[in-house]
Each structure stands twice: as C-alpha cells, then as structure tokens.
Design a protein around this ligand. Structure first.
Ligand code: ADP
Length: 716
C-alpha cells in the first residue's frame, strides 16, 4: 500500500530545480541524513531533466510504501502522456527497445548508483522511471495520518528561487569536497600505517633470520666443541688404558693382588669414561651430519646371535634371564647392521640395568605393510612413568630411582638410539608401566633408502687381455681398491665381485687364475660357496686364497682353501700367496726385518707402543714428528711403520702420502694408530695404509694377529 506524499509537474526547466528541492524537502521530513538528501535530490533532478528533454514534459510523484518497518520511499518520474497519433500503439506490455534506450541514459545510470533501485517501466503508454530507497533505520514508521500532516507541511513550504538552489548545491559540493579531503587524509594515514607495519614485519623477519643463523652457528659450535673435546679426552684416556694394560700384563714385573685390583679399577673407570666420550662424539657427529651409513644385507637371526654373545657378560644375576625369540622367517634386511646392533645393545643393556628379576626378551616382527621390521626389547623391570617416558629420549635425562644410583649411565644412550633409528629412516618408542616393566621398540625399514646396493659390479674393472684375471670377492669397496693397487705391475688383472651372486656370474663368463675370497661377506655363506667350488670339477682347480677377519684357518683349509690369511693383507703378503698358489713369477719383495718405526708426538703413546713391541720381541725406532719419521723411514727401511694421525706440524695423513710417494718407502706397510674415530673421508685419506688400529685397543693380544697378517714375524 503506498501513500502519495507530494506531486510535481514537469513543464519547464525551473521544474527540474523544483523537483530537486522537493526531493530534499521530502527526504528531510522522512529523516534521511544530509548526504542521502543530496544523493536522492541529485538522482531525482537528473532523471527529471532527462524526462523533460525527451518527452517535453511529465510529472513526479513522491510515495511512501508499506505500513511497517522498513518503509520505502518511491519517486516515480513519468513522461507526459503520449501524443494522440501514437495512442494506437498503446499497450500494457513494455516496449523493450524504447525502455532499454532510456535505461542507458547517463541520468538513469547515475540514479542506479545513487538509489537502492532504479527501474524503467512502461505504463499506460507512458514511460516512467521508478526510484526506490529504504528509509533510514533511525526513521520512525510513518502512519497514514502522519503522512497526511507531512504532505500538508510540504504544501506550505514555498519553492526556493533557482539562485537559492545554486547556493544550496554549492554548499553541498563544499561538504562533499570536505568529506573527500578527510577521506583522502585517512587513506594517507592508513597507507603510512601499513608502510610502517610492513617495515616492522620486514625488520622482524631479518631479526628472525639472524636468530636462526645464530642458532645454527651455536649448534655448529656445540657439535664442533663436543667433537674436539671428545678427541682431546680420548688421547689421555687411551694412554691410561694402554699403561694400565701394560701393568696388568705384568710387562714390567709382578703386581701385588691389591695393586692388581687398583689398576683394574683405574682401567674400568677409564673404559667407562671413554664410553661416555664415544657416545658424545657419536651424537655430535650425527648432529653435524657426519655419520656414515654403511648398508649391507643381513639376517635378523644372525644379528640376534651376535647380540646374545655380546650381552651375555652383562647378565650378572641369576634372577634375570635374557631371551631372544625366534627370528627365522623374517625378511633379509638391507641397512646398517652396526647401527641396528648399537640401538638394540642400548635397549638391552638398559633393560638389564633396570630389571632386578624376571625376563628381558628381545624379539622382531615385520610391520603389517612388510616395509619394516619392529625390534622390541621387553623387560619386567621398574618401569617408567608416563611423564618420564616423554623425556627419556632427550640428552642427559635420567629418572631418579634407587636402582639408578647403583648403575652407571649418562643419559645419552636413548637419544643416540633415537638419532640412529632416524638416520636409518626409522623411529623408536617406548611404552611402560611403573613396577611392571617397559617395552622399547625400534622400527627399522627393511631397505635403507639412502644409497644404492653395496658391492661392486662385475663390470667394475675392464679385463686386460695381457694379464690373467684374478677374482676378488670382497664387499668393501676400499679393500677391493687396495687389492687392485697391490696388483699393479703384476701378471694379475683384478676382477671384483661385491657378493657371491656376482662372483658366480663372473665365474660363468671366465676362469680366473685364482680367487681371493672374503669369508665374512655380509649375509653370505662364503664357507659353503668355498666347499661348493672345490666340489665342482669345473672350478675345483682354481686356487682360492681366503682373506678374512675370522680366525678359523683349520676350517678354511679343510674346506679346500689353498691359502688362508688374516685381513688386512699387505702387498707383500698377497703377492707371496699368489706366487705360491699360482706359480706366477712376482716382482721382488723386500727382505723381512722385524723392525718397527713408531711415529707419534705423544711421549705416553710412544711409551705404550715401545713397551708392547719390546715385550713382543720387535726392534723399535721412534720419531716424535712427521719430518723425522720420514727421514728415519728412508734411512732405516723398517718392516712396519706405526703412524699417529693427529700430530702438530706435518699430520699423519701427509706423512702417509709422502711415504707412499717415495720409492724408498712406498713398499713399507703402515699401521695407522689413532685415538680418533675416523669419518669416511678420513678413512679414504688413509686408504694407502694397511691397517688402522685404535689406541684403546692396544694390547699384545690384539697386536699380534695384525703383525702376523702383515707378514712380520717376531724375533724372540
Ligand atoms: P643411561 O646411560 O642413563 O642409561 P639412557 O638414555 O639410555 O641413559 O636412558 C635414560 C634413562 O631412561 C635411564 O637413566 C633410565 O632412567 C630410563 N630407562 C631407560 N631404559 C629403561 C628401562 N628399560 N626401564 C626403566 N627405565 C629405563
């Protein structure tokens, strides 16, 4: 229902001004604010001008629609009635083309923008434009009575002169300009604020970058510090270990029982300290990304049997039993066996430490997807609270418990396990109940994804038709390279196989003059293959030299090996064996003289070696630095050089390089004696050396097999 508020006829130009004034008056009474009054006035006057121009006349109606909120103002601006001639066409249906024409005029386009709605209609032969605008929220609901009063008021308001209207419009313009200026200022302010904020954000990012760089450097420094101090600690610790070993071996006379006990304590403390230092060093190396993963194929059952042997000494009480469950039927793993073993050793030794009675069970199972093996170590020990379970994988965390005080430990074992498992692409976890026991689990992917399969390819070395092929079955690429070097200048052309599978393939293609066989190839029964070769008449005539770390010469020879030598094999040793088994003539080998040159800057380390070697019946000469060592080596031509790596001035690496580069000394076997755990890079640097001995292993028992493998007979 709509109520008419006011009407106005459009005949002359002045009426356009009057329509504008009327619009403003009506909107003021209907409580539109000033800005809306101007907007509606402008829309009405623009459309009124358009209608007056196109139809030479018309009328304007101001109506209020609706009786409840929201009421709507409607302004209907209609053309004058059509000329009589056109009446014949009068129709109630809109004439689309005509209406669309009006639709596109500037006035209607402007009205669209200024009003809520603007519709061009065709009514009773007349075009009209209907403008709508909802009343402001604060306006009351106007009753018909109020509207009647309102229209009476309007009636009484005299129209303004065009002059007044211009004045009025100027004021409106000024107000609009002022508003625009204020908005512009606001915009500038907001922009400025945005700019400041952006600058702040950029500065914060820069600070964050700097902080991250700081942290990275601090982390780097921590790793370097740990690794350096660990090395620093190792040197004196190794001296303590070496000297206490000399004392315990009674090298310089007998000890009383009490002294023996005391020296044992000294040695045990040093061993414990060395273990901590080694853990720290491992962690530092992992964090610095310097740990090498050496994957190989192995069976879980073999790993379990090695662990069983290693951990038996830890079983101190009869109240606890260590059980390994059946691991047959599990897939063969291809990953770093030593790292997996290290993780499990840590789990098991913890379980044994924290279990007073019951069982520690070690088991393994495939994960449901078959992609990994889950190793679990279950104990019936003291258990760990949920709160502590969350922190024990962090460095230096130990749980306070009476049992804890009686056992040694650093809180580094589990963090190391976690890091190692992650390196292998796996994870560790724990579940536990206090006073009932704990289950530690390590999930290790079956295939280590980091590198390609170990072992050389058959095509690794091209066959040289001038020389006879020699098959080297050896999984360590370094050792294969070493053999290849030894064989330079000999009638033998090395052909390498990294596994028995590859060796079989190779044998199908050619017949070697001999086979050098490593019997501890990971996960391969090389003993069985040896027997098989000797049983097969096609291959039984090929001489086989077993080169191994496993001391079982009787077994080797019984299975048909033609020669048996302990690794590491030096050039002289290898050539001698080859000459014996193949009858080929070899280049001359030096006369054997068991004289050992020790090059080490540390007095204590030289002392330990001197005592050891003397008691072993070797002649010994010493040099306290690299330069002296080189000179003495060339002059005295010793049978073996024992060389320290970390020396001030010329390092052991350089000494080694020079020894091997000098024809007077290049044939002398070199044993690297070091207190450092060597990275893969460092190991590559000392590839020319025949053996690496760590100082904490120095004892006559360990040294002798090395010496005999090097072919250095002792003079007693
Ligand atoms: P630690 O050298 O002290 O053994 P770890 O990092 O290996 O260091 O272990 C951290 C702590 O976690 C241990 O000190 C012990 O409090 C707790 N813990 C580890 N394994 C077990 C377990 N099987 N039962 C109960 N507590 C354990």
């Amino acid at each position: 229902m709509s109520h008419l508020i006011a009407t106005l006829a459009l005949k002359y130009e002045d009426d356009v001004v009057a329509a504008r004034q009327r619009a403003r008056q009506v909107t003021r009474l209907l409580e539109f604010d000033e800005r809306d009054q101007t907007r509606i006035g402008t829309a009405v006057s623009e459309v009124a001008r358009q209608v007056l121009q196109s139809a030479k006349g018309g009328d304007v109606q101001f109506l209020l629609e609706g009786e409840t909120s929201p009421q709507v103002l409607q302004v209907c601006i209609a053309e004058r009635a059509a000329v009589p001639g056109k009446r014949a066409n009068r129709s109630k249906t809109p004439e689309p083309n005509h209406a669309r024409e009006l639709d596109r005029t500037d006035a209607v386009v402007a009205a669209h923008r200024l009003m809520d709605q603007c519709r061009v209609e065709w009514q009773e032969g007349r075009r009209s434009v209907r403008l709508t605008r909802i009343l402001p929220r604060r306006a009351p609901v106007f009753s018909p009575a109020q509207l009647k009063t309102l229209s009476e008021q309007l009636h009484d308001q005299p129209p303004q002169s065009p002059w007044d209207e211009v004045k009025q419009q100027n004021q409106e313009l000024l107000r609009a300009l002022e508003e625009l200026r204020l908005r512009q200022e606001e915009l500038v302010r907001v922009n400025q604020e945005l700019e400041d904020t952006n600058r702040g954000v950029v500065a914060l990012y820069a600070e964050l970058d700097e902080k991250a760089e700081h942290l990275r450097r601090a982390d780097d420094m921590k790793s370097r510090f740990l690794s350096n101090t660990s090395h620093e600690f190792r040197t004196p610790l190794n001296s303590i270990l070496g000297i206490s070993r000399l004392l315990l071996d009674r090298t310089d006379g007998d000890l009383t029982d009490e002294q023996d006990k005391q020296v044992h304590y000294i040695r045990k403390s040093a061993e414990e300290l060395l273990e901590t230092v080694n853990d720290l060093l491992d962690l530092a190396k992992i964090e610095a990304g310097k740990i090498d993963i050496i994957p190989s194929e192995f069976e879980v059952a073999t790993l379990f049997s090695a662990l069983r042997g290693m951990l038996k000494p830890l079983l101190v009480s009869n109240a606890v039993s260590l059980v390994f469950s059946d691991a047959s039927g599990l897939p063969t793993l291809y990953t770093d066996e030593r790292k997996v073993s290290q993780i499990l050793r840590n789990f098991i030794s913890n379980a044994l430490k924290f279990t007073e009675r019951g069982t520690v069970e070690v088991s393994a199972a495939s994960t449901p997807d078959g992609q990994a093996v889950e190793f679990t170590v279950t104990d019936t020990g003291i258990g760990i609270t949920e709160e502590d379970q969350a922190i024990i994988f962090e460095e230096f965390t130990q749980v306070d418990h009476p049992l804890q005080r009686g056992v040694k430990g650093t809180g580094l074992g589990l963090p190391l396990c976690r890091h190692l498992a992650m390196l292998l692409g796996g994870s560790v976890r724990v579940s536990s109940r206090v006073a009932q026991g704990s289950i530690f689990t390590a999930t290790i992917p079956i295939r280590y994804a980091g590198t390609e399969e170990a072992g050389g390819s058959v095509e690794e070395l091209l066959v040289d038709s001038e020389r006879v092929p020699l098959l080297i079955v050896e999984d360590e690429p370094e050792t294969r390279l070493l053999y290849a070097k030894y064989l330079r200048g000999t009638p033998f052309q090395p052909v390498a196989a990294g596994s028995i599978r590859q060796a079989r393939e190779m044998l199908r293609r050619q017949r070697p003059a001999a086979i050098v066989l490593d019997v501890v190839l990971p996960n391969e029964n090389s003993w069985a293959w040896l027997a098989e070769l000797k049983a097969d008449e096609r291959t039984s005539g090929i001489p086989i030299i077993v080169a191994t770390n496993v001391e079982d010469e009787r077994k080797g020879l019984a299975l048909g090996a033609d020669a048996y030598c302990m690794k590491p094999l030096d050039r002289t040793g290898l050539l001698k064996q080859l000459k014996e088994v193949t009858g080929h003539r070899m280049p001359g080998t030096p006369e054997e003289r068991p004289l050992v040159l020790v090059i080490d800057d540390q007095e204590a380390a030289r002392y330990v070696l001197r005592r050891l070697l003397k008691s072993g019946g070797y002649g010994i000469i010493e040099a306290a630095n690299g330069a002296d060592g080189l000179r003495v080596a060339a002059e005295r031509q010793p049978d073996l050089i024992m060389l320290d790596l970390a020396m001030p001035g010329m390092s052991g690496y350089e000494v080694l390089q020079r020894l091997k580069g000098d024809p007077r000394t290049d044939w002398i076997p070199v044993a690297i004696v070091t207190s450092q755990a060597m990275s893969e890079d460092q190991q590559r640097l000392v590839r020319d050396a025949q053996v690496v001995i760590t100082k904490d292993q120095l004892s006559l028992g360990r040294l002798m097999p090395v010496m005999s493998a090097l072919g250095i007979a002792k003079k007693v």
